[in-house]
Design a protein around this ligand. Structure first.
Ligand SMILES: [Zn+2]
Length: 370
C-alpha cells in the first residue's frame, strides 16, 4: 500500500469510528472524486469491469455526480451492456442537462438499426450513381457565388483534450485542455447571447471524450459547422500566432503534418471505430462521397473564417492549412480546427492565462463565425 493511502486509511479509520453508522459508504478514506479519477484511469487502460467497481463506489458516496454517471455509462458501453449504459447516461443527463455527450450517447444507443439493408457487392447501384451526380452538382454549386454565401445556423464547439489528456503544456504549467474549455465556454456564451446561431459543447467540464465521439456529437445534432479549439505548441519557443486548419488526406506542409500528429497522438487511447454489422452500409458509401464535399467546403470556410478572425485577433495571424486531423475526419459537415496561439511561447502563455485576453480571443472567434 502506498504511504499516502495508508495515512488516509488511518485518518478515515479514526473518523469512521467516531461517527459509526453515519458514513456507511465511505471506505479507505477516498472521496467520490478519488473514485471517479480511479474509474477514469481504469477506462483508459481498458479495465472496464474495474472502472465500474470504482465508479459505483463514487456514486454511493456522491449520488449527484453526473461525471461519475457519465464515466459509468462509457464503461458499460465499452462492455456492450447497452441497457446499463443508457441508464447511466440518463442519470448523468438528469443531473446535468447540459451534458451533450450523455444526451448524444442515449440517442445513439436507443436508435434502432434499419433491418434488411445489407451492403451490396455490386459495382454501382442506381442510388450510388445518383449520389455521384449529386456530388458533381454540389461541387458546381459550392464553386458558385451562391455556394459561397453559405450560412451557419448550428455549431458544435469542441474544447480540445480534457481529463487525462492535458494537451500541450506551457513552460510555466498552463495546460491546453483548460484554455480550450474556457474559450469554448466563452464562445458558447457569446453565441447564446447573439441568439441566431445555436451552439452545443462537446464537453462542459474537465473530462476526456474520444476523438471520434466529438464529431459524433456534431453529426447527431446535424450541425452546420464543427469547430475544434486547440492551442499550438512548438519546440521553437518564438513561434507565435493563430491559424485555422481543415481536414485533408495530405498535409499542406510539414508544419501542418506535425500539428496534426500531435493532435492525433491521443488516438492510441481510443477504441477503433466500429460499425455494428446490422447497421446499414449504404450510409458509409454516401459518407465517403460527402466527406470530400465537406472537406472542400471546409477549406473555403476556413479561408473566410481566418480572414475575419484575424481582424479582431489579439495575436498574429498564421493563415490556413490542412492536414489529416482525426477529430475532423468523421464530421458530416464543414469542420475546422483552430490553433489559438502557442502555449510553448512564454509570452503567449502569460497572455493565455489572462481572462481578459481569453475574452478577446473568444470575441475574435465569434466575429469569425458570424
Ligand atoms: Zn490540441
Amino acid at each position: 500500500m502506498e504511504r499516502r493511502a495508508f495515512l488516509q486509511l488511518l485518518i478515515k479509520g479514526f473518523v469512521v469510528s467516531s461517527f459509526t453508522g453515519m458514513y456507511p459508504a465511505v471506505s479507505w478514506g477516498k472521496t467520490a472524486f478519488d473514485y471517479s479519477i480511479e474509474g477514469q484511469n481504469f477506462i483508459q487502460k481498458g479495465a472496464y469491469e474495474k472502472a465500474i467497481e470504482s465508479l459505483q463506489k463514487a456514486i454511493e458516496i456522491d449520488p449527484e455526480s453526473d461525471w461519475a454517471y457519465g464515466l459509468l455509462g462509457r464503461s458499460y458501453r465499452s462492455l456492450n451492456k447497452e441497457a446499463e449504459a443508457v441508464e447511466a447516461f440518463r442519470k448523468a443527463l438528469r443531473l446535468n442537462p447540459e451534458d451533450v455527450y450523455s444526451r448524444m450517447m442515449i440517442e445513439m444507443m436507443t436508435q434502432k438499426p434499419i433491418p434488411g439493408l445489407k451492403k451490396k457487392e455490386q459495382p454501382l447501384s442506381p442510388l450510388e450513381i445518383a449520389a455521384k451526380d449529386e456530388e458533381r452538382r454540389m461541387l458546381k454549386f459550392l464553386q458558385s457565388d451562391e455556394g459561397l454565401t453559405y450560412q451557419v445556423k448550428r455549431v458544435v464547439i469542441d474544447a480540445g483534450h480534457g481529463g487525462f489528456d492535458s494537451g500541450a503544456v506551457g513552460y510555466n504549467g498552463l495546460q491546453e485542455k483548460d484554455v480550450t474549455l474556457d474559450l469554448a465556454r466563452m464562445l458558447h456564451q457569446r453565441l447564446a447571447y447573439h441568439g441566431k446561431i445555436k451552439s452545443f459543447l462537446t464537453r462542459t467540464a474537465d473530462y476526456y471524450i474520444p476523438l471520434s465521439d466529438r464529431t459524433a456529437v456534431a453529426n447527431q445534432y446535424q450541425a452546420d459547422l464543427f469547430v475544434s479549439i486547440h492551442v499550438n505548441a512548438s519546440k521553437n519557443r518564438d513561434a507565435s500566432g493563430s491559424e485555422t486548419y481543415y481536414c485533408s488526406e495530405k498535409a499542406s506542409n510539414k508544419e501542418a503534418a506535425r500539428v496534426a500528429s500531435f493532435e492525433n497522438a491521443v488516438l492510441k487511447y481510443d477504441k477503433p471505430f466500429k460499425r455494428k454489422s446490422d447497421y446499414i452500409d449504404i450510409e458509409e458509401i454516401l459518407f465517403q462521397f460527402e466527406q470530400r464535399l465537406n472537406w472542400n467546403e471546409s477549406g473555403t470556410y476556413a479561408a473566410k473564417f481566418q480572414k475575419r478572425f484575424e481582424q479582431r485577433l489579439p495575436l498574429q495571424g498564421r493563415g490556413v492549412n490542412s492536414a489529416n486531423f482525426f477529430v475532423l475526419r468523421r464530421a458530416k459537415m464543414p469542420s475546422i480546427l483552430l490553433e489559438v496561439g502557442f502555449i510553448s511561447n512564454p509570452s503567449d502563455e502569460v497572455k493565455l492565462r489572462q481572462k481578459a485576453f481569453r475574452e478577446k480571443v473568444a470575441d475574435s472567434i465569434f466575429w469569425g463565425l458570424l
